[in-house]
Ligand binder design. Structure first.
Ligand SMILES: NC(=O)c1ccc[n+]([C@@H]2O[C@H](COP(=O)([O-])OP(=O)(O)OC[C@H]3O[C@@H](n4cnc5c(N)ncnc54)[C@H](OP(=O)(O)O)[C@@H]3O)[C@@H](O)[C@H]2O)c1
Length: 373
């Protein structure tokens, strides 16, 4: 009888504790939401040297993007100041612009974006260097990535920069950082692609896909690219040995088996993809299947749950900025083994239109921003 009473009390107080914790959490979240702010009110009240940059004060469609005059950055002792000539847009940019999936707002700002600057990929010329910078000098032509690259100038550490190969235009070099690094690291570090292996790239005609086809070929792999009818010739022309037109054939329903699948689209279930993987194959999630709340993280969680029970490796890879990897990409481009595929060029003032186009999901290679147009 006494035990029953104790158990009843435990259940009752546990329930009260859960409700209390939930209520406190909810109130904390609401306060954090309303306190979430950014530097927009101070951004344009600038004195001294200025530059044009794309900023966004609120999450939303490309309409939230504004081209405004802000303070020109000044390099510290370890940084270089770069005059930007070209850049490119990536899905990364519109995820930050929209604050979607919402789960990412835990880090980027709940109600408003903490950082109001957009863009990552750039190429340009070094205008000035801090006193500790050893690898570069004014006048050097470089490329790399830096948050806020939709701007006339960027400042960043010399360790995130590499020299632009002479055989490349600024437009080409400005298209490399995110897509090129993603393709390289996914194939080499997650896919562990070896010469002679069969690699399938789902989304072979996109920004990441066009780099992945060429890099996989440079590793000596046999490459199959998946794209729509209008892109089959382009994907073949950059080196794919086989092309599957997804409007006519489902790559998960063929008799072929692959050692590595790089998935930038994630439009087939994990089990369907597993069907066409060799027993020791690797399935690498790059992106796609994005949703408003958590997707594509649900796919990543499912892959992690499935992995221990199957012989294949399945998981996501997140690209990291590494100067040595940018150097590898530079060498591949210098040797003519990789050439960025450029779909369209937009003016700097047309960044919103470029993002709108990219969001349609059918870019053929990279969408470039050219600051001289
Ligand atoms: N994990 C990371 O670190 C990382 C890094 C970069 C990007 N990503 C993610 O990777 C994804 C791709 O990025 P991206 O820059 O390559 O994007 P993107 O350039 O916009 O890719 C567009 C391409 O996807 C193709 N596509 C659309 N539907 C398809 C389908 N059903 N089957 C095959 N291909 C299809 C389109 O070809 P068609 O016109 O022929 O349909 C188009 O060429 C995004 O979700 C992005 O967020 C992740």
């Amino acid at each position: 009888m006494k035990l029953k009473l104790v158990l009843k009390r435990i259940v009752k107080w546990t329930g009260v504790a859960i409700v209390l914790a939930f209520s406190v959490g909810l109130i904390a979240l609401l306060i954090a939401y309303w306190r979430s702010t950014n530097d927009c009110d101070r951004l344009t009240a600038v004195q001294g040297d200025t530059m044009k940059a794309i900023v966004y004060c609120d999450y939303g469609s490309p309409d939230v993007l504004k081209l405004v005059e802000i303070a020109k950055p000044v390099p510290n002792d370890d940084q270089a100041l770069i005059k930007v000539y070209a850049g490119s847009v990536n899905p990364y940019d519109f995820h930050f612009m929209r604050g979607e999936p919402y789960v990412m707002r835990m880090g980027t700002g709940l109600r408003k974006p903490k950082s109001t600057r957009l863009g990552v990929d750039f190429a340009g010329t070094i205008e000035g260097v801090g006193k500790n910078v050893k690898q570069f000098k004014p006048g050097d032509e470089v490329f790399g990535g830096k948050t806020g690259a939709f701007a006339e100038y960027v400042c960043l550490s010399e360790h995130s920069l590499v020299m632009k190969p002479e055989n490349m235009t600024f437009d080409q070099a400005g298209a490399v950082q995110i897509a090129g690094l993603t393709a390289l690291q996914a194939l080499r570090d997650k896919g562990k692609v070896q010469a002679g292996q069969k690699v399938l790239i789902n989304g072979a005609s996109g920004g990441v896909g066009t780099f992945a086809v060429q890099i996989a070929k440079s590793f000596g792999a046999h490459v199959t690219g998946v794209c729509s009818t209008r892109n089959t010739e382009m994907v073949r022309s950059i080196g794919a040995d086989q092309v599957i037109d997804y409007t006519k054939e489902d790559f998960t329903q063929t008799a072929q088996r692959y050692d590595v699948i790089l998935d930038t689209v994630s439009n087939r279930s994990l089990l369907e993809c597993r069907r066409v993987l060799n027993p020791n194959g690797k399935y690498v999630i790059i992106g796609g299947a994005a949703g408003r709340w958590i997707a594509p993280m649900d796919r990543v969680i499912n892959a992690a749950l499935l992995s221990p029970f199957v012989s294949q490796e399945m998981g996501m890879m997140l690209a990291k900025v590494k100067q040595e990897d940018l150097m590898i990409l530079r060498d591949l481009m210098q040797a003519g083994k990789v050439t960025p595929v450029i779909d369209r060029r937009y003016k700097f003032s047309e960044v919103p239109a470029a993002i709108r186009y990219l969001e349609e999901g059918h870019a053929r290679g990279k969408v470039v921003i050219n600051f001289d147009l």
